[in-house]
Design a protein around this ligand. Structure first.
Ligand code: ATP
Length: 281
């Protein structure tokens, strides 16, 4: 049974954690378009804002400013009831480890339980979901009787059981060995092949490379994108670009850069200005 993927659009998206006495700006003006049925890996240094972005897409946090659309929902305006309905019936979240599994239910009943809020006509048969993630042979087992990779694949099926239009996964392969990691990536790809949009936060470059597109979040913004093995910088709303981390050794923040465009090829060249040419007159 195919599902209809849900598109996600962020425009100038800002999120601020308001703490006692000070604020933490976790996201500052993120612009990002994820098409229906696309698989995207969110990557970037620790603390750059990846999990915050995922939580906003899941409707668990509300934008502080800017806009965020998930399918038909405008999450900057949606009320509590709309967010709650969306979470129960339209999108699935895969948490690290087995936090979205109920330990005393079988794999099959875990999937069925996740579907309780979804209208019957829209439910994908639970057994189909287990088959999609390669777990149909373990339908009667409880999470404790599964391998760590099996548990995580069951978490993917449980996430996909809720609506299936959008699956959000936060570090789904952390603490897994190479074989288990591969099986979880295959499960996420299979969910995507059924039509779902899949967004995954990962620290693992090998996992990110398996998705069609990777988006690097740096300092709360989209800094770069990888598509089909090629890396691209992304120009921000204010015209700023993030240089790749390895160039920052030669060109630390504050470096004056000369920008030249080759008139023949149209290629842009960036070079640090010579000390003599920038000395104050
Ligand atoms: N509940 C919170 N309260 C206050 N600040 C927070 C909270 N959660 C995250 N932050 C801060 O917001 C910023 C972004 O954090 P976030 O967890 O989204 O980054 P991340 O890229 O997912 O990091 P990691 O890869 O380490 O999980 C960081 O500066 C972090 O310290």
């Amino acid at each position: 049974m195919r599902v209809t993927g849900v598109p996600v659009t962020c425009r100038g998206l800002v999120f601020i954690y308001r703490l006692d006495g000070y604020d933490v700006v976790a996201l500052s003006r993120v612009d990002l378009d994820i098409a229906a049925g696309e698989a995207v890996a969110l990557v970037g240094p620790s603390g750059s804002g990846k999990s915050t972005l995922l939580s906003l897409m899941a409707g668990l946090l509300r934008p502080s400013a800017g806009s965020l659309r998930v399918g038909d929902h405008d999450l900057s305006r949606a009320g509590d009831a709309e967010l709650q309905r969306m979470r129960a019936t339209e999108l699935g979240v895969v948490l690290q480890g087995d936090r979205n599994l109920i330990p005393y239910l079988s794999a099959l009943d875990n999937v069925r339980f996740a579907q309780r809020g979804v209208p019957r006509a829209r439910r994908v048969p639970a057994m189909d979901l287990l088959e999609t993630v390669g777990m149909s042979g373990a339908a009667a087992r409880t999470p404790g009787e599964l391998t760590p990779g099996g548990r995580q694949r069951l978490s993917v099926a449980v996430g996909a059981a809720v609506g299936g239009g959008l699956l959000l996964a936060d570090e789904p392969t952390s603490q897994l060995d190479a074989e288990a990691r591969e099986s979880v990536v295959a499960a996420l790809s299979a969910v995507r092949d059924r039509g779902s949009t899949v967004v995954v936060v990962t620290h693992d470059p090998g996992v990110a490379a398996r998705f069609g597109r990777s988006v690097t979040i740096r300092d709360g913004r989209v800094g770069a994108e990888g598509r089909r093995g090629e890396d691209f910088l992304v120009v921000g709303t204010d015209g700023a670009v993030h240089l790749p981390a390895e160039l920052l050794t030669d060109m630390p923040p504050g470096t004056l850069l000369r920008v030249r465009r080759d008139s023949g090829s149209g290629e842009l060249r960036l070079s640090p200005a010579e000390t003599a040419e920038v000395r104050p007159t």
